[in-house]
Design a protein. Structure first.
Length: 173
């Protein structure tokens, strides 16, 4: 309902907890949480923005943004941020977004290409190599009847910023 461009099945979204342990002496799980991603292309399309959530015994986190952009995708995102700096600033400073997620996180470059240096003075996020955000909750929230509504609400809040990142990524594909 929120994004009609995402038409995927649950098997394309949910991550496994185990690696192939058939021939391994160590049978411990690969992951100690349950997680899924909702984005165009599902879990295999790592450079595409979307919603990722994980549930474990200590917390529930709902993430958004671009975590592993390819080099060309990152270049295109930086160009879009430089070109649409005012729009980007408005999106990351949105009251509902900041109240829910805080600020954008991610690893940053120490240096940046000369073509982006003047734009980076105006918008320091151009230094980022990743653009993600998250909200954290107590684990008991995953057991509530309205948990899917909470996920949908977070997806709606992050959609404008995800759309901002999708535009330059789809432009190069």
């Amino acid at each position: 309902e929120i994004d009609r461009n995402i038409a995927i099945e649950s098997k394309d979204c949910i991550f496994r907890i185990n690696r192939d342990i058939r021939f391994s002496k160590d049978k411990t799980p690969y992951k100690m949480n349950r997680s899924a991603v909702i984005r165009k292309g599902g879990k295999k399309n790592k450079g595409m923005p979307g919603l990722y959530f994980e549930v474990d015994c200590e917390k529930v986190r709902i993430y958004g943004g671009v975590f592993e952009p390819k080099k060309e995708q990152l270049q295109s995102i930086r160009e879009e941020i430089a070109y649409e700096s005012e729009t980007f600033s408005r999106l990351i400073e949105d009251i509902q977004f900041t109240a829910t997620f805080g600020s954008i996180r991610g690893e940053k470059n120490v240096r940046i290409a000369k073509e982006f240096q003047s734009a980076a003075e105006q918008q320091p996020m151009i230094y980022n190599k990743q653009f993600y955000w998250f909200a954290e909750y107590a684990p008991k929230i995953a057991l509530e009847d309205n948990f899917s509504d909470l996920i949908a609400a977070h997806f709606s809040i992050m959609k404008p910023l995800n759309d901002f990142f999708i535009k330059p990524i789809e432009h190069i594909q």
